[in-house]
Design a protein around this ligand. Structure first.
Ligand SMILES: [Zn+2]
Ligand SMILES: [Zn+2]
Length: 148
């Protein structure tokens, strides 16, 4: 396996600020580093973890990048988690949404202020504001005497 490490190191830049070992070779469509081993494409961070990681690589688990750098294969930046945990830890829209405690307008996502729709949270205050704005726009289009 040491030749795998040499191949990894040959195409890696170390970022002194973050400590990331950033793979500069090919990546898959999701942006994870890829290396061909015996004709099979393997994820570079999984290869590195199998060699250098703190625990044995479990195929049922996914490797979460603490550094959010998908090309990074520094085992200190990797953590084995379930895929559900990874979604929550990651920075995709689902994860950002689950982490957020406030809507983009800074209204808190409290029980009273939150409406669930299609698995997402919606802010009731914003919803009311939108309705009010729409109503105001409609009424301003009418003549003033319509409102007394
Ligand atoms: Zn990293
Ligand atoms: Zn809001």
């Amino acid at each position: 396996m040491s030749d795998v490490l040499q191949r990894l190191q040959a195409r890696t830049t170390v970022d002194p600020a973050t400590g990331c070992w950033t793979w500069t070779g090919g990546t898959d469509r999701s942006g994870y580093g890829r290396l061909s081993i015996g004709g099979k494409m393997r994820a570079t961070h999984r290869l590195a973890y199998a060699i250098l990681g703190r625990e044995d690589l479990d195929d049922a688990l996914v490797l979460h990048h603490d550094c959010r750098n998908r090309r990074c294969w520094n085992p200190h930046h990797l953590e084995q988690v379930t895929s559900a945990q990874n979604t929550r830890l990651g920075d995709g829209p689902t994860a950002r949404h689950a982490r957020a405690t406030h809507c983009p307008q800074r209204h808190p996502y409290t029980a009273e202020n939150t409406r669930m729709a299609r698995g997402r949270r919606h802010c009731r205050t914003c919803h009311r504001d939108r309705l009010r704005r729409n109503r105001a726009r409609v009424s301003s289009c009418r003549t003033a005497n319509a409102r007394q």
